[in-house]
Write a protein that binds this ligand. Structure first.
Ligand code: URA
Length: 431
């Protein structure tokens, strides 16, 4: 078998066999298939798609490319969550401590930024010392002892996804239902999850812009999970405008901390409570969503969720003084409040434009090897449906160069669309 023939077959819109998919993934991991060949196959998949069977085979080949974790000696029921990616999506930073504080141990392996969408690992690494490279043994030990883990994909778990993910980020090959579904599900299967909550984003700042596409992605992932014998719930949530107010690594960590201290933006809090409630039901810690939600609310009100976040950061070597005093996070050199050029109602705050502008500021990567700047980003002060006054604060930019500050100002201003008439607020969840 030759990689070039497999690439050509997909280029010609033909269905790949299980043997071909397994060969390609194995050879990519061993280095026999080069990055440029993998990139070519990825682009062919983006353009020509994959059948449900090919997607499931790709998912299992990627999951089997490394070690398959068995958590049965550590937790009675391993529950995991994953978001399909968005702008300002810091949900894991708040949801994991909430559910762990409610007595459901959770260990999650997260990813880095992908295109315009931020990544949990990049956010966490803004806390000095925080380790995202736990070994499998460390992962299991911490899950058992502390009931919470939030780390990167360890090198021996689904390594094929780790390598493909980094290529996709910089080759314009993110937007594809089979690639996103297999990337997310192979990690969940390899990480030993028995029950999985999928937060599938839809809208202008999601990889799936329409509700129909998001539904297809959700269905594909639920099918893969069920075929593999896992219980899967998918929520379709809004990503037309950024979630919460903060976009950018340390700014989002601070917002997650504030939310755990019951002082965060209402939309983000509500989103986290809903996701947490589903996880608590999946993890059999609550009988129904209403009981689960009450538990989640209580964990914030009594401080136990915030305390779990402290436990997490400390266990992974992070400097806890930043959590206790977020003003310690380095501030970007230029902080500018941008005022509204007109009055009216906000009809759109286009999340993708905001996410792309954050990448230009340095919060994400243009090339695989680029470092990220943890301090830069935005605070969005107004949401769709809000009434704004001319000259009132619209958003704040945190930048580390005058050039990126100017381009971010222009881009994010253009992301704000005004209406003279009242505009309905966007729902947080669609289905
Ligand atoms: N999250 C992932 O893990 N993979 C994707 O492809 C998109 C979002």
């Amino acid at each position: 078998m030759r990689a070039v023939d497999i690439i050509s077959k997909k280029r010609d819109k033909q269905e790949l066999s299980l043997a071909e998919i397994e060969f390609f993934i194995k050879s990519f991991i061993s280095g026999e298939v080069a990055d440029y060949q993998a990139s070519a196959l990825l682009m062919a998949i983006v353009l020509n798609g994959m059948t449900p069977r090919e997607t499931t085979d790709l998912t299992l080949a990627m999951a089997n490319s490394g070690h398959m974790l068995d958590l049965s000696d550590v937790v009675d029921l391993a529950v995991d969550k994953h978001s399909s990616g968005g702008v300002g999506d810091k949900t894991s930073l708040a949801v994991l401590p909430i559910v762990a504080a409610c007595g459901l141990p959770v260990g999650k392996m997260s990813g880095r930024g992908l295109g315009f969408s931020g990544g949990t690992l990049d956010k966490l690494e803004s806390i000095p010392g925080y380790r995202c490279d736990l070994t499998t043994e460390e992962f299991k030990h911490q899950l058992k002892e502390k009931g919470i883990v939030l780390t990167g994909q360890s090198l021996d778990l689904a390594p094929a996804d780790g390598k493909l993910y980094a290529l996709r980020d910089v080759t314009g090959t993110v937007q594809s239902i089979p690639l996103i579904a297999s990337s997310i599900m192979c990690k969940k299967l390899a990480a030993g999850a028995q029950a999985i909550l999928l937060d599938v984003k839809t809208g202008l700042g999601a990889f799936m812009e329409t509700l129909e596409e998001a539904r297809q992605l959700a269905d594909r992932m639920v099918d893969i999970g069920q075929l593999a014998g896992r219980k899967v719930v998918a929520l379709l949530s809004d990503m037309n405008q950024p979630l919460g107010n903060a976009v950018g690594n340390s700014l989002e960590v601070v917002e997650a901390i504030e939310t755990l201290q019951d002082n965060g933006p209402q939309d983000f809090l509500e989103h986290c409570l809903h996701v947490s409630a589903h996880m608590l039901v999946l993890g059999k810690r609550a009988q129904d969503l209403s009981e689960a939600r009450t538990m989640a609310e209580k964990s914030i009100a009594d401080g136990s969720a915030f305390e779990k976040f402290r436990v997490l950061v400390e266990a992974q070597g992070g400097d806890i003084s930043y959590v206790d005093d977020p003003s310690r996070f380095p501030r970007a050199e230029y902080v500018e409040v941008v005022k509204s050029p007109r009055g009216g109602y906000l009809a759109q705050v286009q999340a993708r434009t905001v996410g792309e502008a954050a990448v230009v500021l340095g919060a994400g990567r243009a090339r695989k090897s680029d470092p990220v700047d943890h301090a830069v980003g935005f605070l969005i002060h107004r949401k769709v449906g809000d009434q704004v006054e001319k000259g009132g604060p619209l958003f704040t930019i945190h930048a580390n160069s005058k050039e990126t500050l100017a381009s971010a100002r222009e881009a994010v201003l253009s992301a704000h669309v005004f209406s003279e008439n009242p505009v309905e607020r966007l729902p947080l969840f669609y289905e």
